[in-house]
Design a protein around this ligand. Sequence first.
Ligand code: PMP
Length: 278
Amino acid sequence: KEVYLNGSWLKPEKAQVSVFDRGFMLGDGIYEVSPFYKGKAFKLKEHLQRLQYCLDEISLDFDAFSLEEVIYEAIERAKLSTEDCAVYMQVTRGVAPRTHYYPEDARPTVLLYVFPVILEGFEKKTWDVMATEDKRWHRCDIKSTALLANVMANEEAVAAGFAENLLVRKGYFTEGSHSSLFFVKYGVVHTHPEGPQILSGITRAEVIKICSDLGIKVREKAVHIDELVEVEEIFVTGTTTQIIPVTSITHKNKKVYSASKDSITKKLQQFFIERTRS
Ligand code: PMP
């Protein structure tokens, strides 16, 4: 297996980055994960557009779409052209003496690799999750490699036997530690509006589109933790997560939600499978 690093294809153990790389020292980098169903891209343009948006937001001068060719070469080289797989891409600001301001002449460090992933069978899963305070920064729309708050939140969940940690800011759910979040309340699908408090999820956008095509009402409005009594269904979405129903939420060691229905989630899963597999 090989990884792409700055124009070369290398064995992972030979792919090395300087200790002065700003990605390593400062978390000064952006990443992206894009799925391939039986080797066929799904929403690749949207993933590259989000990568470009994030790079632009941190003034990192790099053309995200220049990776398109590299992506297909990676899939061919890994012999995954007919398999379910995903491409990981990462661009950091590169190697420079350590400063907090952006250095003038650093060249971006570009890493890319493909990995097999099981995208089948997600519709048979359910997640019991916990909820904690959202301790992330105020630019969650930037897909930064600096994921410490997400890592801490997910670790807390996994260590306690939960599948995911739903994050709560000032009483309102934002999203999961590595997933977008949806609620069904009186038959209307609710999700946190786009902006600096959540990642603009590509799967989230597709789910909103499916709802609109099916005539299911969507409100991009945050749900308060006290509103859970009115919630019938909850599901999380993501590139590798796809769409998974949340069966319960535990908050401060108390179960604060148990799912009462699953019909809208099931319908969205069914249409999502059609769109990703056709
Ligand atoms: N929010 C966060 C914090 C995530 O890490 C992810 C996974 N990339 C998502 C949402 C889902 O986004 P997407 O559907 O684009 O994978």
